[in-house]
Each structure stands twice: as structure tokens, then as C-alpha cells.
Design a protein around this ligand. Structure first.
Ligand SMILES: Nc1nc2c(ncn2[C@@H]2O[C@H](COP(=O)(O)OP(=O)(O)OP(=O)(O)O)[C@@H](O)[C@H]2O)c(=O)[nH]1
Length: 474
């Protein structure tokens, strides 16, 4: 049974749940204090912010006050603070209010496909929220604990900014339910996670300023192969581990007393190298995306069966043809005669074979004179630029004869296959691109093709003596 902590119209339940949730994480956060007044980790602010962003009806003053009350209670009871419990927690409240205000609208609007956009918004939200929080917290700590403002500000800012940046992407990530845990067990998926672990160990052994960056390439590898929710979890755990290792002196970023006898400079150099590898990994992944796009474009622009241009491929290729209102363009539309009978008598595969063979024969005849495209089903089109009407007609006749003259071999039978053709020719005139010119010529050629069919098939219409340049298409 799932326990729902929040429901839209249950004010008391929502306030109590938020109070208890805040109290629980404040308690945990307080016990991470080492040994000074402030915590090593203060996850409460990011957690409460994420809860409110996920349940936007909690974005109300009363719920912020419930959360604030829990923080004050925790500090009063467990730390014995009185006035500082109020002043310091206003800083925490500022972080929550500012980050929620900057994220709540986008979170509702963004679909799971725009998770990246979501993640990118978290950066400025954490920056501003941490800035405000650190400024108030620094002043409050200066007054209550006599700590220098600059030192306190630095502590607050770095802690809130890093904790927010680590926790919020994880807490706001969508798509957990659609994850397949079996798929995550594939070596390709857990190897990058293992690399993150190894780089943390190596970082701890080498020490020095560069060691913090060692997991970066492995994290980018995770980002490339793992789903966003899992990547955000790995990033969160890596960040927490590094902070804990540094705070406990295991990862010595000062460069002294490291486990291996390596100098400060060696660590820095290794860190720089690690940072340099990361863009390379991103570049490799971008290249893979580009190749995929090219393959998809190729698939859309070419007909799988005949390897001729598809209809969209034809129109796409027309964009490369220099446009001029004076140039003439011709269209030959070709339709196989009684093709249904071929399918019915010899089967669909034999029909496919005929289409492939027709494509080959057309390519032999047309060569580089024009563009051939499979226009659909058993219909083809040839587009020819700057040709006279006579050339267009002669090419159409050559195609018709190349197909009709030599028999086709179908399942041990020789079969004559013929085609009917329709022609149209014109100039751009008022039109602004070849796409619309050719479109209109195809309609005209289709009417002529119908004439060829009606007059007995295996012929070209109009006959040469009646084919004249149609003039301007428009
Ligand atoms: N094998 C095969 N058949 C196809 C393909 N695309 C369309 N067809 C078939 O082509 C046939 C076209 O039939 P119709 O439009 O009746 O024309 P037809 O039999 O060629 O007769 P006419 O055009 O009037 O001479 C249909 O049976 C379609 O199923 C394909 O890719 N492969």
C-alpha cells in the first residue's frame, strides 16, 4: 500500500507531513555536524524545495512556515539555540523559497523529454538561492556566533550550492518507473559506474587539488549510457563521497600526506588531463548522434527496395538545384501496367523483384541526365532540367522500351512487363522554388499518364508531335 504524504486539498495533513519531513532531515543534518556549528551536509533545504516543486499546491506561505517551524524546533531542542534558531533558519527558508519560485512553473510544463532543460534551470536556481541564503546566514552567524562574515558566507554558499546542485537533479528526475533494472545489469551499463568508483579510489590515493576531478570522465560516460535518473543518482553519491572523503582527510586535496608519493603538481596535471578528456568524450557522443541523424536522413530520402530517391528525397534534392525562372524542367511519370496481376499471379516478392529490375533498367537509360524517384507503390518519376521537349520525349520512350523489350524472369516464367508514361514540361514563372514547380508538373504529367492508360497502356502521352513546352507553370 502506498502512503500519500500530500494531497491537494488537505491543508492540515500537508502541513503536518511537511513539518515531520523537515524535522526528520533537520535531525539527520544536525548529526552530520563536524565539529563546528554548521553541518557538513544540509540536505533539508533541497529536499523540501524538491517536495514543493513536485507538489506545486504546497507553494504557499503556510507550508513554508510549517517547514520553518520544524527547523526552529529541531535547533531549539537538539542544539539548545534560542534566537539563532530563528535567525539562522531564515537563511534556509530563503534557499527554499527562491529555488522553488525559479523551478516550480517549469517543472510542471516540461515533459520528460525536456529533462535537460529542467536540469539546466537548476543551476541558476541554486546559484541565486545559495547566494541569498549565504548572505543572510553569514550575517546571522556573524552576530550569533562571532564568526567572520566572509568565512561564514563561503561555508554557507559552497555547501548550499553544491548540495542543491547534487540533490535537486536527482530529486526532480522523472522516469524512474519506466526504468528496467534488468537492462541496468548489462556490462555496458555498470562499467561506467565501476569506473566512477575506481576513479574515486585513485583520487583518494593520489590526493592533491586535481584528484577531485578524476571521476569527471567516468561521470560523462554514465551520462551517455545511463538513463538520467540513474546518472543523477551516481552524480549525487559521487559528490557526497568526495565531500566525506575530503572532510575526513582521506582525500587530501592539500597534496600533503597522500597515500601515494606524488607531488601536488602531479595531482594538478592529472586533474587537468582528466578535464581535457571530458570534452573529447562529449565530442565522441555528439559524433555518434550526428551519424545516427545522417542514417535517419538517408533512410527518409531513399527508397529501401529500389535504392532510388524517395518522394521526400526528390524534393529534398531539388533544393540543391540552382533556381532560375528561365530554366525549363520536365517530369516523366511512369506507372507499371497491370502490376496487381503480377502480384496476384507470382506473389508479392516477385512483384518486388520486378520493381527492383525496373529501377535498374531506368537507371541504365537515364544515367546522370535526371533524377529518378520511386514516387509511390508501382509509380516512378524522372525529373529533368534544361532539356528540350524532344529530349524529354526520347528519354521517356527509351525508358518504356528498356522495360518492355526484354522479358522479366519470374519464378521460371518469362513475362513481359510494360509501363505507361505521362509527360509535362514548363518553366518556374511566378514560382519561387523547384518544389512547387515540380509539384504542378507532376499533376499535369499524371493527367497525361491517365491518357496513356486509357488509350491502351505501354505508351507515352502526349505523343511527341503534340508535346510543347507548357510555358510558365504558374
Ligand atoms: N509487390 C509489391 N506490390 C506493390 C507495392 N506497392 C504497391 N503494390 C501493388 O501494386 C498494385 C497496383 O495495382 P493497381 O493500382 O490496381 O494498378 P495496376 O494493377 O498496375 O493496373 P494499372 O495501373 O491500371 O495498369 C497493387 O496491387 C499494390 O498492392 C510494392 O512495393 N511491392
Amino acid at each position: 500500500m502506498r502512503v500519500k504524504l500530500f494531497a491537494e486539498h488537505q491543508t492540515k495533513k500537508n502541513a503536518l507531513s511537511l513539518f515531520l519531513l523537515t524535522l526528520l532531515f533537520c535531525f539527520l543534518g544536525s548529526h552530520l555536524r563536524i565539529p563546528a556549528e554548521l553541518s557538513l551536509f544540509w540536505p533539508v533545504n533541497a529536499i523540501v524545495a524538491a517536495v514543493i516543486v513536485r507538489h506545486p499546491y504546497l507553494h504557499r506561505i503556510r507550508y513554508y512556515l510549517a517547514s520553518f517551524a520544524a527547523m526552529v524546533v529541531n535547533d531549539t531542542v537538539f542544539s539548545g539555540w534560542a534566537w539563532p534558531a530563528v535567525t539562522l533558519n531564515i537563511a534556509n527558508l530563503l534557499f527554499i523559497i527562491i529555488s522553488v519560485s525559479m523551478l516550480v512553473r517549469h517543472y510542471l510544463r516540461d515533459s520528460s523529454r525536456t529533462q535537460l532543460g529542467n536540469a539546466l534551470r537548476i543551476f541558476p536556481a541554486c546559484l541565486l538561492a545559495a547566494f541569498a541564503c549565504a548572505t543572510w546566514g553569514g550575517l546571522a552567524q556573524d552576530m550569533s556566533f562571532d564568526v567572520r562574515f566572509a568565512t561564514a558566507w563561503g561555508d554557507w554558499f559552497s555547501e548550499q550550492f553544491s548540495t542543491g546542485l547534487m540533490l535537486l537533479p536527482f530529486l526532480l528526475a522523472r522516469g524512474w518507473r519506466s526504468l528496467s533494472f534488468a537492462a541496468l545489469l548489462a556490462p555496458g551499463k555498470w562499467l561506467p559506474v565501476l569506473s566512477v568508483l575506481l576513479s574515486l579510489v585513485v583520487g583518494a590515493m593520489i590526493g592533491g587539488a586535481g584528484s577531485l576531478t578524476f571521476p569527471v570522465p567516468a561521470l560523462i560516460w554514465c551520462a551517455i549510457v545511463l538513463p538520467i535518473p540513474v546518472t543523477s543518482l551516481v552524480i549525487l553519491l559521487t559528490g557526497i563521497t568526495e565531500i566525506v572523503l575530503v572532510s575526513h582527510g582521506v582525500m587530501n586535496i592539500q597534496g600533503n600526506d597522500n597515500l601515494l608519493p606524488l607531488s601536488h603538481l602531479t595531482s594538478a596535471r592529472l586533474g587537468v588531463a582528466t578535464v581535457a578528456i571530458s570534452p573529447l568524450i562529449v565530442a565522441v557522443s555528439m559524433d555518434a548522434v550526428r551519424q545516427l541523424n545522417q542514417r535517419l536522413a538517408l533512410r527518409a530520402n531513399y527508397d529501401f527496395l529500389t535504392q532510388l530517391l524517395s518522394r521526400s528525397g526528390l524534393y529534398e534534392s531539388l533544393k540543391e538545384e540552382p533556381f532560375s525562372a528561365q530554366r525549363s524542367v520536365g517530369v516523366i511519370l511512369i506507372d507499371v501496367d497491370y502490376f496487381k496481376a503480377i502480384n496476384d499471379n507470382f506473389g508479392h516478392d516477385a512483384g518486388d523483384g520486378v520493381l527492383e529490375e525496373i529501377a535498374l533498367r531506368m537507371q541504365k537509360v537515364v544515367g546522370s541526365q535526371g533524377r529518378i524517384c520511386r514516387f509511390g507503390g508501382e509509380e516512378f518519376a524522372i525529373v529533368l532540367f534544361d532539356a528540350h521537349a524532344a529530349q524529354l520525349f526520347q528519354l521517356a520512350e527509351a525508358v518504356r522500351q528498356a522495360i518492355g523489350k526484354e522479358k522479366f524472369w519470374l519464378q521460371g516464367n518469362t513475362v513481359t512487363v510494360t509501363v505507361s508514361l505521362g509527360l509535362a514540361q514548363g518553366r518556374a514563372g511566378e514560382e519561387r522554388d523547384w518544389h512547387s514547380v515540380v509539384n504542378q508538373l507532376v499533376s499535369a504529367a499524371d493527367k497525361n499518364l491517365y491518357l496513356s492508360k486509357r488509350n491502351g497502356r505501354n505508351q507515352t502521352s502526349p505523343a511527341f508531335r503534340t508535346l510543347t513546352l507548357a510555358g510558365e507553370v504558374a
